[in-house]
Write a protein that binds this ligand. Structure first.
Ligand code: ZN
Length: 128
C-alpha cells in the first residue's frame, strides 16, 4: 500500500505529464490537418426583438470548436466554408490517436518479447 502523500505526488506527476503531452501534441500536429478539439453544433438567437428566431429554434445550427484553456471553456465559431475541413481534421485526429494506441501496444509487446527472450522464457499469451 502506498502512502497518501506519495500517491498525491504521483497524481501530480501524471497531471503534469498530461499537460506536457497536450502541449507537445499541439506542436506536433499543428499544420498537419489534425485537430483534437471537440466540435459542437448550436442554434443562436440574434437578439433582435422583431426576428422570428426569438420564438422559434434560433438561427443555425452553427458549428463551433470547443476550446479549453486554463479550465475555461470557449466556443470558437467555424465559418461555413471551413465546416467540412473541421470535421475532416477531427476525424484525422481520431485516426491518428487510434494509431498511437496501436503503436504503444506494439512497443509494449516488443518490450515484453525482449524480456522473455532475455530470461529464456516463451512469451505468454501470444498466439502469433
Ligand atoms: Zn434572429
Amino acid at each position: 500500500m502506498q502512502k497518501p502523500e506519495q500517491l498525491s505526488k504521483q497524481r501530480q506527476q501524471v497531471s503534469q505529464r498530461l499537460r506536457h503531452r497536450a502541449l507537445l501534441e499541439r506542436e506536433l500536429f499543428q499544420g498537419q490537418g489534425l485537430d483534437g478539439a471537440r466540435l459542437v453544433s448550436q442554434r443562436r438567437r440574434c437578439g433582435k426583438a422583431s426576428c422570428a428566431c426569438q420564438d422559434g429554434q434560433g438561427h443555425g445550427p452553427y458549428l463551433y470548436r470547443v476550446k479549453v484553456s486554463a479550465g475555461k471553456r470557449r466556443l470558437q465559431y467555424i465559418p461555413a466554408p471551413l465546416v467540412a475541413a473541421a470535421f475532416q481534421a477531427r476525424q484525422a485526429y481520431a485516426a491518428h490517436q487510434a494509431n498511437l494506441v496501436k503503436y504503444a501496444m506494439l512497443n509494449r509487446e516488443i518490450e515484453s518479447l525482449f524480456k522473455a527472450i532475455a530470461s529464456g522464457e516463451s512469451h505468454p499469451g501470444s498466439g502469433s
